[in-house]
Write a protein that binds this ligand. Structure first.
Ligand code: SAM
Length: 195
């Protein structure tokens, strides 16, 4: 697995800028993974759902319509620009600017946590603590769905090689900070069962 690059403030600056146009190319590229991920959430009326890294709110709107007027849906993101766009997509949304590494919720608050194309940004050493934080806010028996770029030991693509050699300050701008991750070992290490 190649290492994530780009500082947190640089990523936030880039995503603030991307918030203006991210929904369009991002949505097309991610459609299949998002559809599969949403199905896996199995969200039912009345459940309490947290979406981490809401981005432009496309998934948030779909989670909202699955819940209807029932349950609880909360979204967090670190980029004020992204939160503004999500607010336009889902005017009634409950949103908070928060770092996913320190979620501002008590333990065992949610039935479901969804995080799409977010682990791709996280340095390898931070994956297990981050997933541990996700686990903390899920109730016992809760469900985590992560959707991200992934690979299983295949040779590096030209894109990944370019990611590795691009000057760090440009990585958030040229690659949105994203590289493929192998999430499963970290998800297990964070204590999730039935992965
Ligand atoms: C690749 S986008 C994915 C957005 C959305 N989930 C989607 O699938 O379209 C990554 C998102 O993570 C947010 N983000 C980056 N670092 C974060 C952090 N530490 N905590 C919360 N959100 C963060 C960015 O602002 C951006 O909205």
């Amino acid at each position: 697995m190649i290492e994530a690059r780009g500082s947190r403030p640089a990523l936030v600056r880039a995503y603030n800028m991307f918030s203006v146009l991210y929904g369009l190319p991002g949505a097309r590229l991610e459609r299949e993974g998002v559809n599969r991920g949403l199905k896996r959430t199995g969200v039912r009326a009345g459940e309490r759902v947290l979406e981490v890294a809401v981005g432009t709110g496309l998934v948030h709107a779909r989670l909202r319509s699955r819940l209807g007027s029932t349950g609880l849906l909360v979204g967090v993101d670190l980029s004020p620009g992204m939160l503004r766009v999500t607010r336009r997509q889902v005017p009634e949304a409950r949103l908070a600017r928060a770092d996913a590494r320190q979620l501002p919720f008590p333990a065992e608050t949610f039935d479901v946590l969804y995080a799409g194309y977010f682990l791709d940004l996280i340095p390898t050493r931070e994956l297990v603590p981050l997933l541990g934080e996700f686990r903390r806010v899920l109730r016992r028996g809760g469900r985590l769905v992560v959707v991200n770029f992934s690979k299983n030991g295949e040779p590096l693509t030209w894109w990944e090689r370019a990611y590795q050699v691009t000057p760090t300050f440009l990585v958030p701008w040229l690659f949105a900070g994203c590289r493929p991750v192998q999430a499963e070992p970290s998800v297990r290490a964070a204590g999730f069962a039935e992965v």
